[in-house]
Write a protein that binds this ligand. Structure first.
Ligand SMILES: CC/C=C\C/C=C\C/C=C\CCC/C=C/C(=O)SCCNC(=O)CCNC(=O)[C@H](O)C(C)(C)COP(=O)(O)OP(=O)(O)OC[C@H]1O[C@@H](n2cnc3c(N)ncnc32)[C@H](O)[C@@H]1OP(=O)(O)O
Length: 296
């Protein structure tokens, strides 16, 4: 059975995320707040506010492995079908690393079928997030490179913790790979063409002050206020009638979404043939070894 089907089977039938029946929160949250978790994602829903906080918990670095992409996608699908939820805030369960981006071990030493399955899952999560009818906010409470940055860029707004260690950006070129067109388009839609061209060619990771200046994030706040600020900004977005906000969001994002929908299969084939090249496998392996060496 393909991994997506296996995780689905694991999560759906007896899952604590089943249906709209999330459990009541043991602590925290407003009256009636509910809490549910899958292995890698914790959901804290506050039906009174119409908001769910989705927390990544995929140690050690919240990398976007195939399992993580799949579980996150299923959680989002459930929340989208839950009539009590109108807005979602994405954050890391533990501060320090929002997400280290795509899981490099999924792109190294595997076979073409695996690369294709992985890339399809990356596309699916992006499509789900970028087209979401929900208001989406990112409470970025940790470092946020590459795929982690992409996740935050799919949101309607971004709040970043004021910690110089928490850099954010699409740093792919520093690894010897590059951001595909729809990563690029998502950034262009946020900070414009020239700033994106510079950021992507140089693989820039911006400090909070730089990210604010270039418009990559909307607010930089003290570390202990990231989630509360994201929730308070969410109430502004939810003050707008849903249908008006959703139609506007669709209008703004449709052309970008359509580009990927139109070239989806070719994009998978391009990814598979690019990532399978010996030279690319070599640079990724060297990068991974460097990361691992630090700890051994
Ligand atoms: C013509 C062709 C046409 C089209 C082509 C189509 C597509 C283009 C091709 C490819 C596109 C790919 C797009 C890629 C997107 C990505 O997201 S790539 C991932 C980029 N991420 C990074 O660069 C971050 C790397 N990690 C770090 O910098 C640090 O780990 C950290 C700052 C996030 C955290 O630092 P520390 O707290 O010090 O933790 P460690 O560094 O010690 O890490 C702990 C542990 O985790 C492993 N790890 C870290 N990051 C990843 C990761 N992304 N994936 C997998 N594993 C990761 C690290 O190796 C350590 O492992 P151990 O030592 O414990 O074994």
């Amino acid at each position: 059975m393909a991994l997506v089907a296996r995780v689905r089977a694991l999560l759906l039938p007896g899952s604590r995320l089943r249906g709209a029946t999330l459990g009541r929160a043991a602590n925290g949250g407003g009256a009636g707040a509910r809490r549910a978790l899958s292995h890698r994602v914790l959901v804290e829903a506050d039906p009174a506010a119409g908001v769910a906080v989705v927390k990544f918990r995929n140690p050690p670095v919240n990398s976007l492995s195939l399992e993580m992409l799949t579980e996150l996608g299923i959680c989002l699908e459930k929340l989208e079908n839950d009539k009590t939820v109108r807005g979602i805030v994405l954050t890391a369960d533990r501060p320090g690393i929002f997400s280290a981006g795509l899981d490099l071990t999924e792109m190294c030493g595997r076979n073409p079928a695996h690369y294709a399955e992985f890339w399809k899952a990356v596309q699916e999560l992006w499509l789900r997030l970028y087209q979401s009818n929900m208001a989406l906010g990112a409470a970025i409470n940790g470092t946020c490179p590459a795929g982690g940055c992409l996740l935050s860029l799919t949101c309607d707004y971004r709040i970043l913790a004021d910690n110089p260690k928490y850099t954010i950006g699409l740093n792919e070129t520093q690894l010897g790979i590059f951001a595909p067109f729809w990563f690029k388009d998502t950034m262009v839609n946020t900070i414009g063409h020239r700033a994106t061209e510079r950021a992507l060619q140089l693989g820039l990771l911006f400090t909070p002050a730089e990210a604010l200046q270039v418009g990559l994030v909307d607010q930089v706040v003290p570390e202990d206020q990231v989630q509360s600020t994201a929730l308070s900004v969410m109430s502004q977005w939810l003050a707008i009638p849903d249908h008006a906000r959703q139609l506007t969001k669709t209008m703004m994002r449709k052309a970008t979404v359509d580009q990927l929908l139109k070239h989806r299969e070719a994009d998978i084939q391009n990814f598979v043939s690019f990532i399978s090249r010996d030279s690319i496998q070599k640079v990724l392996q060297v990068y991974l070894q460097k990361l691992r060496k630090k700890n051994h």
